[in-house]
Design a protein around this ligand. Structure first.
Ligand code: S6P
Ligand code: ZN
Length: 191
């Protein structure tokens, strides 16, 4: 067997997921983002400040058992985005491009409802609906962000992407997405 320098040889393994609770048991990395980690992302800064002052609730969690960050390996995680709004805008993840732009990602929705917002650096925008059993394919070159449009339930997805993909938050942090998920008359409008 020839082992390539680019791709570390590891032993097979199994991971326990709780699909109803939306958690990965014994994750090695557990990222927790609070409202205070989202400064600058929402349209209504004042509404965000108020929510931070009123207790700074958890916004989303990511559970990972990381594999080598290398070509050939497949990174995977569970992403759990809580329900809520900042003003009229639904809770969302920060969103990112992959550092290696030509790597895509699969999101399988396990629980809840919402959208995957995607955009390209030349201004294209696309929104795909999340419902349990729907798999969203985020192709290479598209930045992506999840939006939870439920008033009561978490949006839980299982994600798979290339081990060497990396995360690039910089451009989204400064420029955002061309559209937002806003509640109007009890429904989500994308404007
Ligand atoms: C990783 C994948 C997800 C997100 C997670 C949180 O490539 O897209 O695991 O990391 O949904 O979103 P964000 O934008 O804060 O990384
Ligand atoms: Zn990603």
């Amino acid at each position: 067997m020839e082992i390539k320098e680019s791709t570390t040889f590891i032993l097979p393994f199994t991971v326990d997921l709780d699909l109803t609770k939306g958690i990965m048991k014994n994750p090695k990395n557990h990222i927790i983002r609070h409202a205070s980690d989202m400064k600058g992302y929402y349209k209504n800064d004042e509404a965000l400040k108020k929510i931070i002052q009123e207790g700074d609730p958890i916004h989303y969690e990511v559970f990972e058992v990381p594999v080598p960050n290398e070509y050939g390996h497949l990174m995977y995680c569970i992403s759990k985005l809580y329900p809520g709004k900042i003003g009229e805008e639904y809770f969302m993840t920060k969103g990112h491009y992959h550092t290696i732009l030509e790597t895509g990602e699969i999101y399988l929705c396990l629980k809840g409802e919402g959208y995957m917002f995607m955009k390209t650096s030349d201004g294209q925008f696309n929104a795909q609906r999340f419902e349990p059993g729907k798999m969203v394919y985020c192709p290479p070159y598209w930045a992506h962000r999840s939006v939870n449009t439920s008033s009561k339930e978490e949006l839980v997805s299982f994600c798979v992407y290339s081990g060497d993909a990396g995360h690039n938050y910089g451009e989204i942090e400064t420029e955002g997405f061309p559209k937002r998920g806003m509640e109007r008359n009890g429904k989500c409008v994308i404007i």
